[in-house]
Design a protein. Structure first.
Length: 148
């Protein structure tokens, strides 16, 4: 009767020469292990004795790969920051244009030329990214506030 494995292993059948089996029996007895325990011991030692330089090269290559990805992300971040800065500058430029638009619309309204005021508002709408009706209403409120 086969006793179950305590470490969650599973049964595997190997075909070994009689000499190898006898060698495993003798060596496992010397180390006070079962035959399967001794084979596990041999494999564990083989893993430990792997070439550490090979492992180091693998780790180094993975590290370089990750560093390359980080550099790529840093470049993307830099571009995004530059684009955000340009967008901010553009928005600032549009804000500077809005008072000019309102002044032009106010002049047209002072002359009682509503058609010209509408044309100005539509033209300045594209330059300032502000709806034409908002420009006209702001110009009218400034005229009212100034008492003209």
């Amino acid at each position: 009767m086969v006793r179950p494995s305590k470490k969650g292993g599973k049964k595997v059948m190997f075909y070994l020469s009689e000499e190898t089996i006898e060698s495993i029996k003798i060596s496992s007895g010397i180390h006070d292990l079962s035959m399967s325990g001794y084979i596990d011991f041999i494999i564990s030692n083989a893993r430990l004795s792997e070439n550490p330089m090979k492992k180091l090269k693998i780790i180094t290559s993975k590290k370089e790969e990750l560093q390359e990805r980080v550099r790529g992300l840093e470049i993307e971040e830099k571009k995004a920051i530059e684009n955000a800065s340009k967008e901010h500058e553009w928005q600032e430029e549009l804000r500077k244009q809005k008072p000019k638009a309102i002044q032009a619309i106010m002049k047209a309204l002072l002359r009682n030329d509503t058609n010209l005021a509408q044309e100005y508002a539509k033209t300045w709408q594209t330059r300032t990214s502000t709806p034409a009706i908002e420009l006209i209403s702001e110009a009218m409120s400034k005229l009212k506030n100034s008492g003209v």
